[in-house]
Design a binder for this molecule. Structure first.
Ligand code: ZN
Ligand code: ZN
Length: 137
């Protein structure tokens, strides 16, 4: 059983066939699908699954804190099952591949007091951009 499915089962989340397929599609490392991609992949396994069901299920998974929404390109929101390990993203500017990365050190420490405008700063999101090995030539 996948990590995400295990976590959901552990929480007593009611696993219908449709919810299960959505959770299975989202399982894995470096997974960052848009809702439309999740729907297409889920429909490969369960052709009758509706877009509305996929969207509702994604919304529930986000409210449960088991999936996070990320927006690395300023366009479509993407859904990321790596919700329990703080990470940042590395994005290929050509093909859009996204990797989960773990910068060393405290990101918050990079913001000097003079740039905080009196805010109590609690988190930071960084998107590193570049060109992946497959796109490099
Ligand atoms: Zn690439
Ligand atoms: Zn991620």
């Amino acid at each position: 059983m996948s990590d995400l499915l295990k976590r959901l089962r552990g929480r007593g989340w009611r696993l219908t066939a449709q919810r299960r397929v959505v959770a299975e599609v989202l399982d894995g490392d470096h997974v960052h699908y848009t809702a439309d991609e999740v729907h297409a992949l889920a429909a490969d396994r369960l052709p009758e699954i509706s877009r509305a069901t996929v969207y509702n299920t994604l919304g529930e998974l986000v409210s449960l804190g088991e999936v996070i929404e990320v927006s690395t390109d300023g366009r479509a929101k993407r859904y990321d099952p790596n919700a329990h390990h703080a990470h940042q993203h590395l994005v290929c500017a050509r093909c859009g591949t996204i990797r989960d990365v773990h910068p060393v050190g405290d990101l918050l420490a990079g913001l000097p007091a003079g740039e905080r405008f009196g805010f109590a700063v609690s988190s930071a999101e960084v998107t590193y951009r570049g060109v992946c090995p497959d796109c490099a030539d």
